[in-house]
Ligand binder design. Structure first.
Ligand code: KPL
Length: 297
């Protein structure tokens, strides 16, 4: 397939490399001024990719869009007029609501959403490290997207395991719940994910989870409070040595994904008339940290 990776950050670069190795014609689209870009993954040799070449958009069968949620609209708006209407748009990012914000722009395309638990780290501009083996779930965002289940084979061949979830909203909400619990707290306290297992965080985590359960139920997402608590505790343990993405964003004074994580939850709660004071407080604190560009060392 002719594949364009839009936003070759850590996860996008990993997919670019793996899809190239699997035999696809892969190009990159990003914010640099270059026409070519060298990439290596782990200890494998560097590969030269074409970069920001308009013809690759015209020829694309698949656009894999791996920019952050808050960058989706700005990334897609200038590209969309050049992309063939048969090309599949596959979005992969943390959080929810970003694709809903651009439905007008993309309704004619087959649109697929992905959520992944692979870990990737950009060691430098040209090297990506696969730091954690995970799973990827795909699901349709629109009717045309539901015709794209063959993507499971394409992607699974490149970077397993990939599965199709006919209710991708369930998977996205579960990932959102994990991110609502872990990301803001680790960002505020500038601590490793594992620190959230300490007793002092239990009351806040419990309050965040209680509110998540209420909103998920209102959204008709199957959820069990004890099971969700166990899932979150397991992720805290499994990623104990990680700095969460929001922890890093605050540390490096970058914009965070809070509007598409806790912000999304708070907006959904408002629509249902549900009070979510614990999450609202975390939302407020992250917005303040973002505004002040403050960080702890
Ligand atoms: O997705 C993550 C993130 O940091 O954004 C978790 C699961 C919390 C792992 O760090």
């Amino acid at each position: 397939m002719n594949i364009v990776i839009v936003g070759p950050g850590a996860i996008g670069s990993l997919w670019a490399y793996k899809l190239h190795q699997a035999g696809h014609k892969v190009s990159l689209w990003g914010t640099k001024q270059n026409q070519q870009w060298m990439l290596a993954a782990d200890d494998s040799p560097e590969i030269l990719f074409s970069y920001n070449q308009p013809q690759t958009l015209i020829d694309a069968d698949l656009l894999l869009i791996t920019v952050k949620a808050w960058q989706v609209e700005a990334a897609i708006t200038p590209l969309q007029p050049h992309v063939n209407k048969d090309a599949i748009l596959l979005f992969m990012h943390n959080g929810m609501g970003a694709v809903d914000n651009i439905v007008e722009l993309i309704f004619e395309y087959p649109v697929v959403i992905a959520t992944t638990t692979h870990g990737a780290l950009k060691v430098d501009a040209h090297h990506v490290k696969h730091t954690g083996i995970g799973q990827t779930q795909l699901g349709a965002f629109n009717e045309k997207g539901s015709q794209c289940t063959f993507l499971v084979d394409v992607l699974n061949h490149a970077l397993p395991t990939v599965s199709w979830n006919s209710n991708i909203r369930f998977a996205l909400w579960n990932k959102l719940a994990i991110n609502c619990a872990i990301n803001p707290l680790t960002a505020i306290h500038q601590c490793l994910n594992g620190a959230l297992a300490e007793e002092k965080f239990r009351p806040t985590l419990d309050a965040v989870i209680d509110e998540l359960v209420c909103v998920m139920q209102a959204e008709e997402i199957p959820v069990d409070r004890n099971q969700l608590t166990t899932t979150i505790d397991n992720v805290i343990r499994a990623t104990a040595a990680n700095k969460s993405s929001m922890h890093q964003d605050i540390f490096y004074r970058r914009q965070t994904e809070i509007d598409f994580i806790t912000g999304y939850l708070v907006r959904k709660a408002q629509q249902h008339g549900i009070e979510v004071p614990a999450n609202s407080e975390l939302y407020k604190q992250i917005q303040l940290l973002e505004k002040n560009g403050k960080h702890h060392d």
